[in-house]
Ligand binder design. Sequence first.
Ligand code: BES
Ligand code: ZN
Length: 448
Amino acid sequence: MKNSIYKIVFSAILGLGALAPIATFATHYTSDQAVQSANLETKILQTLDADKMYDNIKYLSKTPRVAGTKQEDKAVAFIEKQFESYGYETEIQTFTFSDYTTPHTVELAVDRYSQKINPLPFEYSANGVVSAEVLPAGLGKAEELKSLDLKGKIALLQRGEISFLDKITNVIAKGAIGVIIYNNADGTILGSLGEENTAVVPAVLLTKAEGEALSGHLKKHPNSKASLKIEGAKTDSNTSHNVIATKKGDSEIGMKNSANDILVISSHHDSVAKAPGANDNASGTAMTLELARVLKNIPTSTEIRFITFGAEEVGLIGSTHYVEHLPKNEMSRIVANFNLDMVGSKDAGELILQTIDKKPNLVTDLAQEASEKLNGEPTPYNQGDSSDHVPFAKAGIPAALFIHNPAEPWYHTADDSIDKISKKKLQDVAEIVSIAVWNHVRMDKQEK
Ligand code: BES
Ligand code: ZN
């Protein structure tokens, strides 16, 4: 927090430790509630403990926590134990995901063609060795292929209009045994076939320049043969977990419209390979734990779920699984997702909020109000779709990512270690998030 005037004023005016017993507070909507609420707010700010977050980051970042590994399991057990030590009932949601290993060998050789080619595999490219005539087949759209005989041939296609997988499927239907696709724009692309697919034949990607040069060669030398080799690709099935701790709301049903609402505070606990992931994302995980600890015995009008997701780094798998498997009635009850990812690096820039559409929503409004109150200025926001707020936002739930911008240079490297963590940054973000959440869940909030 940049200045603590707010904290001091409240402490001085209201005094501390004069909280009404929680049961009384929760059931009787009294005229004292505004005072009690301010008192609780002070209590929240004073209970937040950057040392606790730091210690949990230190523990979690002893090793990388790649989804599906024993190290992830160990982190999951630790997170569960922490939630339980604060008094929460915790659920572990287990899911599987596939993990594609890129081939160690990808080769393409064309007869009487000496120009350099650097073929790239697709994610989920199949292994295989084929040797056959290469036939240009346009964009690979079904209608273009009608009069082409691709039986036993390698199809040469251009990127565009339809997906890579659709192109490959279309030429396979015409008998092709291998596929070369070249880019329609400058630069290299990392193409994907989406998922493991046993029906596909060996397929590679070339740059625009490589593809055009090869097309030119085939015009001069039609019926040229090529050999295409892909070896070492494999798809493993892995298991990862989400850890969910739930704090039920304290409103009596009927007392408040919001009594049924659910607010989700989330982070991902997995890391990329070789990175201890102190900031990405032991920091968000430790902050989720700390917010759970601090809010445990504070009466709230709505339910709060604290979730750490697995397999974020593999493609937002845990959060997508969570959102896709929500019972319908719970989906409609979730009113906000506060997602914390990379919230404690000394070497990153200032806090920003990211939404997938760059538009404000309930979460950014609450966070801006909180940071204005705490620091005298609203937190800026921009567009971003690289973390677990995305599946919530896509499901129509107001969601935002809390992250420092620009990111630290060690992000996703072996240097993302505990020595780069700033307790002050952790404290500042935790204060903003806790006050933003509090302003929505406090019992005296006026409903429209
Ligand atoms: N914490 C990062 C996201 C991030 C990093 C956002 C730097 C903004 C600045 C996250 O864990 C991550 O690495 N996400 C992936 C995308 C995801 C869909 C696999 C990424 O950004 O590559
Ligand atoms: Zn991350």
